[in-house]
Design a binder for this molecule. Structure first.
Ligand code: EPZ
Length: 432
């Protein structure tokens, strides 16, 4: 098993460059299925989620050429196998974008129900509602395979009201609508930056999508798409994680290659905590002096609200703040599992459903902890870097799904973190 070993307790200084947005890349790569021509996609993050999507594309018969570490050339013209294998699909939630893309291209898709980080129930009922509105017939077959077919061969545009503001459902219905006959309107759409990025990629290939980034998106179906070259936006959450890291450890970090507009809610909450935040054209400097962080109240919401994917990182900051803070998770039912790990480091937190009441402590105590999901794992790394002493973090596979060269970027900021591989010990039978 791989682990991080972290010697923390000292401020970090320097610059870090943000990679391409994971949650844009894992939608834009499947979107290539809609294009019967080569597409060149740049600024792709070098992370395992992207490699899994790329493996599925190749399994289905697409050609995927690595131009360089962050650029892929994908040609799905000769794709033939429209059922990516179960064991590949289960590796990440974003596999479900293949349903919308395959339905849009072939009028048919057979993709297993997705996996993904465990924050309680994560249904796909709104995705299915959208596909059915566009004349697809959906059934959940043997082994949780989503079987989607369209009796007309080509989907028909329709209006879809999403009962829940869902990033995935918004993107999936957009993918299904691009080649449909007629107009699709998505109401109560999610507005995240990666939704705009997907729409921009598809429009660069000749789609006709308007309103992405607002709550109403209008998609006029076209008969076909053409190839393009497209560069993915910087990752809002990776950028926010490094900004929070400066606040957690002290020191001064310039986070480069970001879009300040996307960072507004994160910058605002850091300022509320007493941290200095300086916004430049495409970077933000975060500087924390010796004074303790100030307590805050925070609620996560769909964009442009405070992003749920930054909740664990700010949970760590609130655990170190002076006084009592209230953290409300506005998107998921159960995204506080990581608090059990922070308690092992001395955090003083009580959790009741979607609300965590946090009494700040002067400092964490070093302890071995375990990552339970991607963003919680990054938050535990932050906590360890802020702690005097040595911490070991296991289950780091979660972290490497979404942070390119995490150890390299942290060490370049003066962190003392290394990745070690420990042989998996004997599986001890659980005590009855
Ligand atoms: C995307 O997940 C992201 N993943 C998540 O990031 C992120 O937390 C989430 O959006 C919210 O921003 C990817 O983009 C791959 P949702 P998604 O559909 O699309 C409920 C990370 O760390 N819902 O916006 O699955 C759902 O249960 C990951 O990068 C339904 O009820 O999220 C949740 O409570 C973690 N029915 C809420 O909506 C549905 O059909 C928001 O989910 C779909 C969702």
């Amino acid at each position: 098993m791989d682990k991080y070993v972290i010697n923390g307790g000292h401020p970090l200084f320097g610059e870090v460059t943000v990679s391409g947005a994971k949650n844009a890349a894992v939608a834009i790569l499947p979107a290539a299925v809609l294009v019967k021509a080569p597409v060149r996609i740049e600024n792709i993050p070098d992370i395992s989620d992207v490699r899994h999507i790329s493996d599925m594309l190749q399994y289905m018969g697409a050609s995927v050429r690595l131009v360089n570490k962050t650029t892929l050339e994908i040609d799905t013209t000769h794709i033939k196998n429209i059922q990516p294998p179960y064991d590949m699909v289960r590796k990440l939630r974003a596999s479900y974008y293949f349903i919308g893309a395959l339905l849009g291209r072939f009028g048919e898709a057979h993709v297993a129900m997705p996996g993904g980080c465990d924050f309680g129930t994560r249904p796909i009922d709104q995705h299915i509602k959208g596909f059915e509105a566009l004349s697809a017939d959906i059934s959940i077959g043997e082994g949780g395979i989503v079987d989607a077919t369209c009796k007309y061969g080509r989907l028909k545009g329709a209006s879809v009201y999403l009962d829940v503001v869902s990033v995935g459902a918004t993107m999936n219905v957009m993918l299904a609508g691009v080649l449909a006959e007629g107009v699709t309107v998505i109401d109560n759409a999610a507005r995240e930056p990666h939704i705009v990025d997907l729409a921009n990629f598809l429009n660069a290939c000749g789609a006709d999508i308007r309103g992405a980034g607002t709550e109403t998106i209008k998609i006029k179906g076209v008969d076909s798409l053409h190839g393009c070259t497209y560069s993915i936006i910087p990752d809002q959450i990776e950028a926010g994680t490094y900004m929070a890291l400066a606040a957690a450890t002290g020191g001064r970090i310039e986070v480069k290659n970001l879009i300040p507009k996307h960072m507004e809610s994160i910058s605002a909450k850091l300022v509320e905590m007493g941290v200095s935040v300086t916004e430049l054209d495409d970077s933000i400097i975060v500087e924390k002096g010796p004074a303790r962080l100030e307590k805050i109240n925070l609620k996560t919401m769909p964009y442009p609200g405070f992003p749920t994917d930054m909740q664990p990182q700010f949970g760590v900051l609130m655990c170190l703040a002076d006084g009592a803070s209230k953290l409300t998770e506005g998107v998921y039912d159960n995204r506080f599992k990581y608090m059990d790990e922070l308690r092992r480091m001395g955090a003083n937190v009580s959790v009741d459903g979607r609300i965590a009441l946090i009494e700040g402590v002067e400092a964490f105590k070093a302890a071995p902890v375990s990552a339970c999901d991607l963003r919680a794992g990054a938050a535990l790394v932050m906590a360890a870097l802020a702690t005097n002493g040595t911490c070991e973090i296991d289950n780091i596979k979660y972290i490497e799904r979404g942070y390119e060269n995490f150890v390299g970027k942290l060490n370049a900021l003066g962190a003392d973190i290394k990745k070690i591989t420990v042989p998996d010990g004997p599986v001890l039978e659980k005590a009855n």
